[in-house]
Design a protein around this ligand. Sequence first.
Ligand code: HEM
Length: 407
Amino acid sequence: MKDPGESVACLPKIDGHHALFGALAELRERAAVLPVDLAEGPTVWMVTRYAEAKQALAHPDLVKDYRSVADRAGGFGRERYRDDVWALLGRHAVNSDGADHRRFRKVYAPFLSATKVGRWRPQIESIADAMLERLSRAESPDVLRDFAEPLTATVACRVLGIDDELADLMSDYAKRVVGGGDPAEVSSAAAEWAQLLAELVLAKRRAGDELLLSAMLERHRAGEWQLSEVVANLQATLIAGLTTSSTLIAAAVALIGADDGPRAEELGDPATVSRLIEETLRFRPPVVDSTWRFARHDVLLGDAVIPAGSIVLVSIAAADHDPDAFDDPGAWCPNRSARPAGHLSFGYGEHFCVGAALARLEATVALPALYQRFPDLRTRQEFHELRWTSAIVEQRPLAVPVSLGPS
Ligand code: HEM
């Protein structure tokens, strides 16, 4: 896999999330689809332009289950890479294809459709109030740690049917697993977490409810899901849904910034909030690269042929900043009106984010509530000064310190 033939571009481990966008712009200029040597990772075929990214995300021969690829996708899974847990961790919606994927996906869909998710609004509002209280009591308030993270973790726990008391623990595990740390440490944190989740699943088997985890267990009882698949899907949902959603909320606050962003009054208008959320997702997609894909056969994409067995990453961050799809893509324009091209920050095709409606609703509730409660809230660091994790798939800020003003 290290020898894809012609020249291989290098994407060094970039210290600083913001610098990533400059490096990606260079790759996008060079080609729509090209081999890239990831620092501390494998050589991948990276898709950098919007049109090709859309095709790749929905391509039937770019599969997510590395086990189904001849020669196990160039040895993927033997050597450990940063962020490989997305592909390696059990069997679940994120790393399966075809009939297996549909078997998983059809259990999520009825719980997370926009209509079903709308019914959670009153609970999300009351969780947001509780977290605003938590933020108000913090000694040095951080809108990520004291508001967005506990909010999104508590909401996910409620939807799944996990006790609120476990929300902070789930959030801590999710951060350890998606932080892009040393693969051995990530792997052991993921195994420890899976063990805890397995115990939780067994307890839920004894006392069920009408929530998502119980629906997964129901499929196990019906002989359609293995118990290990229930645990893996539970863990994949928490990995996919917690830090991504809190990043969206915290990044929006950081972008609204110190003094000139839209505030309480403007955020009272649902259309304004919605545009701001979509633009924040485009400008700083929490999932910067799609999860791992593998070429089952030679795949023609743009004018490149991706050889069978290759590892493929769709750079959502590069596609969402493609000037052929978005005017002035490097600017955050919270009033950006509907564009011919929608962002790809929730993916595209069969693997389109199943939690998109929930993530949007959380941010729709959280942002106006935050500025209504703290109209004088100011960020204490410029957006470009924030430090982020440098994982391959998902990147998130480490902290978003704020001053709340007089309460
Ligand atoms: C702002 C927040 C979120 C972002 C940016 C996001 C982004 C994404 C993206 C890009 C994908 C597709 C990955 C790929 O095709 O490689 C995805 C899939 C997924 N997301 Fe989200 N997500 C968010 C929130 C959530 C939430 C709240 C949940 C659940 C509670 C969730 C659960 C999932 C699951 C289960 C999948 C796999 C779907 C499939 O493969 O069929 N996500 N997400």
